[in-house]
Design a protein around this ligand. Sequence first.
Ligand code: SF4
Length: 446
Amino acid sequence: MPNPTFFITTYGCQMNKNDSERIAGLLSSLGFQSTEEESGADLILVNTCSVRQSAEDRVYGSQEKYLEYKKKKPNMIVAVTGCMAGRDKAGAFRKQLPATDLYFPTPDMIHLPKWIAELRPELVNSEALESDYLKLHPLRAPSVQAYVTIQTGCNKFCTYCVVPYARGLERNRPVKDILEECRELIAHGVVEITLLGQTVNSFRASDPEHFSKHNPFHDHFAALLWELNQLDGLVRLHWTAAHPLSMTDEVIAALALSKQMNYLHLPVQSGNTEVLRRMNRKYTREHYLEVIRKIKEARPEIALGTDIIVGFSGETRKQFADTLSLYREVDFDISYNAQYSPRSGTMGIKLFKDDVGKAEKRERWDELQALMEETALRKNQVYKDQTISVLVDRVEHGLASGNSNEMKFVRFPSQDQSLVGKIVPMQITQAKAWVLEGCQFSPSFV
Ligand code: SF4
């Protein structure tokens, strides 16, 4: 009998993508094979995101397609997991998923073998392998870059956010497991690792005895960064997403470690203290700016990114103007801007009225977006005629491309596939808002 097949669709953040890699790893250990042909798969799995209504609507919308598939392949299993299943305590979303056979929050993926065996006993001959889903081995496509989840869930309860309900409270992986996974990745050719956590820098180790005796840091996240910096073969280290309150002096000092990328993503969400209070971000504008000041002192050339929500409940024009002024003051390199969309189950929907109109939200978003593009272009101009290092992650259609140490997208003409996975010095000839163009490199690879 041929191996059973699976097809995974993933919505949302890098954390979800890493969870899908874990599910793929689990299914492979059961003998399943990945397929490109969704309609013929034995198991279709959808890993959902609840950050925006549009992401959830796409999941509802795809049910019709799965029902059609099932007409030709009635024993196909459709499974839905991720944030929608995690936050659907009353089962209201489940009722709108008629094609779905299995519906479970992310951590319950460990039960998949048992559930599949109940539905299709011929497909599975073993039971669950682990008791904690974070111990499952992700199945990654071969790459020189890898994401490593060190934490899941969140304790912060920002009033607009579904994560604490969808993923539960913060849980951190043991240092020992994280270091083992990173060593294994490096042994398989990975040179750049991105640590993932909802508030990654609040990481607390359950096994601090696994930090080296001569590790200079006491803050557990800074200590973890130091340990990773000692790993031979690792060239670049990055982490996301940081919370301003957990940017301790030690974490800021660790930004200067040699393998740390020259980029930090530090979500601010709003530049107005009253809006931040309603968002339950637990810091003020002044606190955020003070953290940025210290970061720039520790690493003056660092590129900075952020997340901003415009049109949060009660946000006045004047309060929005504070966000624009904070953007200018920090001089961010990039910002992921969102128009506030109330999510069921959050405190935001219970406590506040969504009283900023759609058109006004759009206008504020456009204004912020324009400021971001103008700033990005100006900041990128600085790289013109400079030589920067680029980790090449693809060569196609006559162009090699990858990210600089500052997380800028860089491309240059090349057909040389052997560049993939190498870090090359690149001279920048043209700087646009979202791309740096190079025309030459000298082949002194790392
Ligand atoms: S810190 Fe706030 S926005 Fe980030 S995951 Fe936690 S609750 Fe959500």
